[in-house]
Each structure stands twice: as C-alpha cells, then as structure tokens.
Write a protein that binds this ligand. Structure first.
Ligand SMILES: [Zn+2]
Length: 123
C-alpha cells in the first residue's frame, strides 16, 4: 500500500513537471516572436536592453537616434544621420533582426533570453 502511494506520488510529480515544462516551452516559443527584447549598442558598447512587451521611446546616443517600441516591435523613428537608412529600415520584432545606423554606429538587435544562451554555447 505504501509503495503504491509512492508510485502514485512519483507519477503526479512527473505530470506536474511535464505540465510546467510544456508551459515553459510554449512560453519560450510564443515569446520568441512577440515578447523578446532589444539590445541597443553604440560603437560596440551595450547601452541597454529593452523589453518589446513594453511600449516605450528610447533616446539613443544622447538623442541622435530615437527608437520606438510599440505593439511588440522596435522601430527607429528619428535620426539625425545624413543617410536616414536606419529610419527607413522596417520595424523589427523577430529574433536576430536588427536596425543599424552606420553614421552613429548604433546597432539595435532583437534577442530572446533563449538565443543568448545558445549564442554563449556556440561562441
Ligand atoms: Zn542612421
């Protein structure tokens, strides 16, 4: 009787762990597209990490570039660089996408916590 209870308990633990794991994986998969974060680098130096889940406006490089995060996407809305290439780039939201402003050496890149772990392994 005691052994049976333990077996049942073990099964319950396995089920709970499976459900938790599935929920975690589902969150990771869904989060890969929508709820990632963007890193802002200036001249190769990390200036900040911002969640795509939060609507916000970020001044980069003391205001030379304005990055707007809205509806889970990051878009360079303003820049005082001569080419305006970064402003013309489309909004980014998927892992690995980036907006680069060459004149100001600004790099905005989407990444998820999952990908940075993978990067750490592959690097
Ligand atoms: Zn630019």
């Amino acid at each position: 009787m005691k052994i049976k209870l333990e077996k049942r308990d073990k099964l319950l633990i396995v089920i709970v762990v499976c459900v938790a794991l599935c929920a975690f994986l589902a969150h990771q998969i869904i989060g890969g597209d929508g709820a990632g974060k963007v890193t802002v680098k200036v001249n190769g130096e990390l200036k900040g990490t911002y969640s795509l889940a939060e609507d916000q406006t970020i001044e980069i490089n003391g205001g030379t570039n304005i990055l707007q995060i809205k509806n889970g996407k990051a878009d360079m809305t303003e820049a005082d660089c001569p080419d305006q290439l970064c402003v013309n780039q489309r909004a980014i939201s998927r892992q690995g996408e980036s907006i680069i402003c060459l004149p100001h050496k600004v790099v905005v890149e989407v990444e998820s916590s999952e990908s940075s772990e993978l990067d750490a392994v592959t690097n």
